[in-house]
Design a protein around this ligand. Structure first.
Ligand code: ADP
Ligand code: MG
Ligand code: MG
Length: 886
């Protein structure tokens, strides 16, 4: 197959073969734009090189052929002594990896042709500048020399001359530098700088191929989840020169502002400069708009070309260009990266400009970008005192007093104070503190640690893994770089960048959240809000998936409704057993006989009924899926260690440990090696008489009361952790019995759906059987992931997951994004078997994955009816559910 393509032979859709740069150079060439002629060696040749260590044998001939054609077109020969054709050898992979790979400019110069170039251009300074650049880039890229060798020499030359400006180095200085550089090459590599132009070119090509596997490129690909085997193409492009004098220059430009999305002239320009000089910051660039004064003709020409490119790509483009003695040349373009805000504004602007339709606009924005727009931000203009940097785990900007315990967080928040909860790591006990805090800072754990996952779910700012922090919880202080931060000191954390600041940094609130909260109208003049409104409205219109929320309280339910929830997909009832109710729960667990147990349950029932009244009222008219109690009962008792100490102390003092002793015995009796796999879920309901019945009575009577008030409560009862049809059938019989009872006593009749969570592999595999006794399934993908992989989420994420990610065992934690092949296959099986047995079975998902964009696309694909996620993720879920249909 063909390995080399002239720029006239390719187009923008050939990225895989020609790389992004090559494909777009070809596209611009064919649009008739001024691109210096050249050709592209395909990524296929690179793949061969990487696999075998040498380029395919037929490559040399093909390159010969294209070099001759190029020489003919340009009317000069590569490196020809009196008037040399010079080329750049440029890397360019299918996926943009900015700054990761290498480029060599001015290939073809040698000790002879540098004189030809000097004579031909009438500008010896330029020729020697070009030659020293070639040796410098070649030395670094091809010969593997340290850049400092060259940079130090340039610095020394400038110092000797008494200047800081590279333009003050004249032809003689640069000629001396070349001599210097060549000596350095000889010294470092033991051979002379190659004088044969074609040898220079071939070595540069191989170096570019090899740079695919440079350490930083590998790291970058791992982080950005780019495939490891794509290889890079190489572009051979005839040189144009921005360093010929002040009538020449080089620049970068955007067709609109990549940070705000606004139309206008954005970019930087540098006179008398080449290539990387613009971004390298060797001299101060001028704003692109100034080019209008400097060179009106080139400026007008550039504006015209940028309009052409935008119209052609129908998107924001970024551009590299060079002006050579008043003539404009295009060196690169691509659809440009942009901020989240710019993505929304550009997408909707392009609809108005008639370039794309609204479906296309929706495709171009992502849930992750919307999520970013929902967090308040630090004012970057403010004074900030940076102390350390961790991992930005959950975006946002939070300031508050440092607290080290959940209790302290709750107490301070109760007084209306803002706090940052600082811990080595968090665990489920810290939930109250996390809720009370403005933000969470941990010194251990990565993006999938407990703190990170929970914070993201709650939409709470979190920085984790700030390893430089020495968190001494007992002493109530943090030590970092010789600074001590004590409880009560104010700090600020940036959940996007991972930065930690001393003191309070002012924030700017997110207008997008104000819009979702209903306090900012979409047409109030904020363009970003208008854009978000427009695209999310469209997503709502076209999405097939319903969107529900995970909420346990009326307050969450209220917010979720404003954020677009169409019901509750998961109400956990655990919290209804906590707080002041603990004592009743203890009595329930310690009960010696039926009477004591029933008394304890009778005490809990009205309290839970009150909770359900509020929740069902808040979600009036919408379905509320209530999961009966799931965690093992001993989680509601004090810790074994704590009790053991108390009892031991009491006995030492010769006192009667009394109740503590009884409690300790119960905890010891209930203790489990693997609580996650122990007495929980439906098993509890079947073993503890009256427990499920109490909850169902509380639900049904609350619903009956609301009906009496003319409301429309729609509870759905969900049985957790079912693995066998018998379990579900037994639980269902009990639930139905209670529902019948309540119907009789309250005199109201209605149909309450009864369903189950599918969170054990066995349940997914026998979903056809389970469906017989279920009105709905809700896939509990958190537990299903734990039980399918055999991972305990609380244990593995902080320990070996980071190494699993490094080793590429998975690209993302399976708790964050659904593992399609394994857990996903079980979901698919559950859907297919469930629906085969019962076509009108309602199917949803209520794990952490319900708010994850990739997972949402998967759930749409397998045909679920709805996803359920935390209130703060609802806008993301709505947007992605819409995008999933495109
Ligand atoms: P990168 O992918 O890092 O941007 P490039 O291949 O685009 O690397 O090249 C690096 C710099 O050299 C860019 O500023 C580019 O515009 C410039 N450049 C590349 N080829 C040429 C050429 N033929 N003539 C003039 N400048 C060039
Ligand atoms: Mg470039
Ligand atoms: Mg579960």
């Amino acid at each position: 197959p063909k390995l080399v393509y002239d720029f006239t032979e390719g187009n923008k859709d050939m990225k895989e073969l020609l790389g992004g740069k090559g494909a777009n150079l070809a596209e611009m060439t064919n649009l008739g734009l001024p691109v210096p002629p050249g050709f592209t060696i395909s990524a296929e040749a690179c793949k061969v090189f990487l696999a075998t260590g040498s380029v395919p044998p037929e490559l040399a001939d093909e390159i010969d052929h294209h070099v001759s054609a190029l020489e003919q077109k340009m009317g000069k020969k590569l490196g020809q002594a009196d008037d040399p054709l010079l080329v750049s050898v440029r890397s360019g992979a299918a996926v943009s990896m900015p700054g990761m790979m290498e480029t060599v400019l001015n290939v073809g110069l040698n000790d002879d042709s540098v004189n030809g170039l000097a004579h031909q251009s009438g500008n010896p300074r330029f020729a020697w500048d070009a030659y020293r650049r070639l040796i410098q880039m070649f030395g670094k890229t091809v010969l593997g020399m340290e850049g400092d060798v060259f940079e130090d020499a340039i610095e020394a030359a400038k110092k000797a001359k008494g200047t800081k400006n590279d333009l003050d180095l004249d032809a003689d200085d640069l000629q001396a530098l070349v001599k210097n550089f060549k000596a350095a090459v000889k010294q470092h590599t033991g051979r002379d700088f190659p004088q044969d132009p074609r040898e220079q070119m071939d070595l540069a090509i191989e170096a570019v191929f090899g740079s695919w596997n440079a350490e930083r490129a590998i790291l970058y690909r791992r982080q950005e989840r780019i495939a490891t085997d794509l290889g890079t193409a190489v572009n051979i492009c005839s040189m144009v020169f921005g360093n010929l004098g002040m009538d020449s220059g080089t620049g970068v430009a955007f067709t609109r502002d990549p940070s705000s999305g606004q139309p206008g002239v954005y970019g930087d320009y540098l006179q008398n400069a080449q290539g990387e000089d613009v971004v390298a910051g060797i001299r101060n660039t001028v704003p692109l708009a100034d080019l209008e004064q400097i060179d009106r003709l080139s400026y007008d020409n550039l504006m015209e070309i940028m309009a052409t490119l935008e119209g052609h790509y129908r998107d924001l483009c970024d551009i590299e260009f060079t002006v050579e003695r008043g003539k404009l040349w295009m060196l690169q373009t691509r659809v440009g990266k942009r901020t989240a805000g710019a993505a929304f504004r550009i997408a909707t602007s392009l609809i108005d400009e008639g370039m794309i339709d609204i479906d296309e606009a929706l495709k171009r924005v992502k849930g992750a970008q919307l999520a970013q727009l929902m967090f308040p931000r630090f004012d970057t203009d403010a004074d900030r005192d940076l102390v350390t940097k961790g991992i930005g785990a959950s975006p946002g900007a939070a300031s508050g007093k440092v607290v080290f315990t959940s209790a302290a967080a709750v107490e301070a928040a109760g007084k209306g104070e803002k706090v940052i909860l600082v811990r080595r790591e968090t665990n489920p006990d810290d939930l109250h503190g996390m809720i009370a805090a403005q933000g969470i800072l941990t010194s251990r754990g990565g993006k999938t640690s407990h703190a990170a996952v929970v914070a993201r779910g709650m939409g709470k700012t979190c920085v984790c893994g700030a390893e430089e922090l020495d968190v001494e919880v007992a002493a109530g202080r943090i030590k970092v770089h010789g600074t001590t931060i004590s409880a009560g000191d104010v700090i600020s954390i940036d959940g996007t960048t991972g930065e930690v600041f001393l003191g309070e940094v002012p924030v700017v609130p997110s207008p997008v959240v104000q819009y979702f909260e209903g306090s900012l109208a979409p047409d109030a003049g904020d363009e970003l809000v208008a854009a978000v409104h427009r695209l999310i409205t469209h997503a709502d219109e076209i999405r097939r998936l319903g969107v529900r929320t995970n909420a346990d309280t009326a307050e969450d339910a209220d917010r979720a409704r404003r954020f677009g929830a169409e019901g509750i997909g998961l109400c956990r009832t655990e919290h209804m057993f906590l707080g002041e109710r603990r004592e009743a729960v203890e009595r329930l667990i310690l009960a010696d006989d039926d009477a004591e147990r029933e008394a304890a349950l009778a005490e809990l029932e009205p309290l839970q009924r009150g909770d359900f009244l509020e929740l069902l009222a808040a979600m009036d008219g919408l379905p509320v899926t209530i999961r009966l109690i799931d965690p093992p009962l001993h989680e509601f008792l004090p810790s074994m260690e704590e009790l053991a100490v108390k009892v031991a102390l009491a006995e030492e003092r010769g006192e009667d440990a009394g109740r503590d002793k009884v409690l300790l015995a119960a905890v010891e009796r209930l203790h489990e090696q693997n609580p996650m796999l122990g007495l929980r879920g439906v098993r509890l309901g079947l073993v503890v008489p009256g427990l499920f019945a109490m909850q169902v009575r509380a639900i049904a009577s609350a619903a009956a009361e609301l009906r009496g008030q003319g409301k429309d409560p729609r509870p759905e009862i969900m049985i957790p952790l079912v693995g066998a049809i018998q379990e579900l059938q037994l639980a269902r019989d009990e639930v139905e019995g209670v529902l019948r009872e309540v119907t009789e006593t309250e005199g109201v009749e209605w149909n309450t759906p009864i369903g189950t969570m599918i969170e054990l592999p066995r349940a997914a595999v026998i979903a056809d059987q389970i469906a017989e006794a279920a009105d709905f399934f809700s896939f509990g993908t958190n537990d299903l992931t734990q039980t399918t992989w055999g991972f305990s989420r609380d244990d593995v994420e902080g320990s070996f997951f980071s190494r699993y990610l490094e080793k590429g065992i998975f690209a993302v934690s399976p708790f964050e994004s659904i593992d399609r092949d394994g857990v996903g296959a079980l979901v698919r099986t559950g859907v297919e078997k469930g629906r085969a047995a019962k076509p009108d079975l309602k199917l949803g998902i209520c794990g952490e994955h319900g708010g994850d964009p990739d997972s949402i696309h998967f759930f749409d694909e397998v045909g679920l009816d709805y996803v359920s996620c935390s209130p703060f993720r609802l806008p993301v879920a709505r947007l992605e559910a819409g995008r999933a249909t495109l």
